[in-house]
Design a binder for this molecule. Structure first.
Ligand SMILES: [Zn+2]
Length: 301
């Protein structure tokens, strides 16, 4: 018998590619900010268009530390709404700018939120670092987060193509020494070569997106050889225009090549697709069978 959306909603799920303060549902956001005149588009003009929307529109509602805390709480509540029981979400260290440049205050808030919701969700924060951050700040903030003991992972993001990753090598080594899981955004906009270079340079445990690996058997072999998991967000790829539609998405081919994949939200507030929505889309468009979706759901735990 065909499964409904409710079937996927009821399943316990994990979200392992989530940018914490952008993880709230549009519904919860509008409930909290009823006077916002924001109109969320269905599509963004690539990464630049998305960043323009965040700075030009969304951030008009995120002006103070209190707003940042609201955005974080909306996010975790939205995850709970979708029966997410494990959440690995990256906390952008540059949010410290809303807290008088005190990263410690951000860390305290993350700790408080983790504690507040612990009966409902296992929230494991990742250290979120944008490659644009000055490198001295990257190390100062990175080490402060590692020393706090509350972070389980580190996630490096921002522009993908032609980036010099050498300055981040030592940080990734320090993270590994401290049993911090390492993730890098690559291969959503950038090519196979950039994926291979990133893997060789940073030796990450997981790739956020990595979907363009599909264009090279050699790249896929490297991913398989190192047992790297790909944390994929189909609707994000579609909204940003890197994939035309769900039927054209490479996730099935990556899965068929034996690569460990997961399905995630990325930024729920922007892309408006929960993991239940994603699972239902992949199922109702006959991309994956129920058994295959079970494998993918379990991959994330
Ligand atoms: Zn992402």
């Amino acid at each position: 018998m065909d499964k409904t959306h409710a079937y996927f909603h009821e399943l316990k799920k994990a979200d392992v590619h989530n940018h914490f303060h952008l993880g709230g549902s549009q519904k919860r956001f509008l409930e909290k900010y009823p006077n916002s005149d924001i109109i969320f588009p269905d599509k963004y003009d690539g990464l630049v268009g998305m960043i323009d929307f965040i700075y030009g529109h969304l951030n008009k509602s995120m002006l103070t530390s209190e707003d940042v805390i609201n955005f974080m709480e909306i996010s975790i509540e939205s995850s709970i709404d979708d029966n997410i029981t494990l959440l690995e979400a990256s906390v952008d260290v540059n949010l410290a700018r809303f807290f008088n440049n005190s990263l410690d205050e951000v860390i305290q808030q993350v700790k408080r939120i983790k504690e507040k919701y612990k009966a409902k969700i296992d929230f494991r924060p990742d250290i979120g670092i944008n490659k644009d951050l000055p490198i001295d700040k990257v190390y100062e903030y990175g080490e402060q987060c590692i020393n706090s003991g509350i972070f389980n992972g580190i996630d490096l993001y921002g522009k993908e193509a032609d980036q010099n990753l050498v300055p981040f090598q030592e940080l990734f080594k320090t993270a590994k020494r401290n049993n911090i899981k390492t993730k890098v955004h690559i291969g959503e906009f950038s090519d196979c070569k950039s994926i291979e270079e990133t893997i060789l340079m940073l030796n990450p445990d997981e790739l956020q997106h990595g979907i363009n690996a599909i264009n090279s058997q050699k790249t896929m072999d490297l991913i398989l050889e190192r047992d790297i998991r790909l944390n994929i967000c189909p609707q994000s790829n579609i909204s940003l225009g890197t994939v035309k539609n769900i039927k054209a998405h490479p996730i099935k081919k990556l899965f068929d090549n034996g690569i460990k994949v997961t399905v995630n939200t990325d930024d729920l507030i922007l892309f408006n697709a929960t993991i239940s929505d994603e699972f239902y889309n992949l199922y109702s468009n006959s991309i994956f069978s129920l058994n295959e979706l079970e494998i993918i759901r379990n991959n994330a735990f």
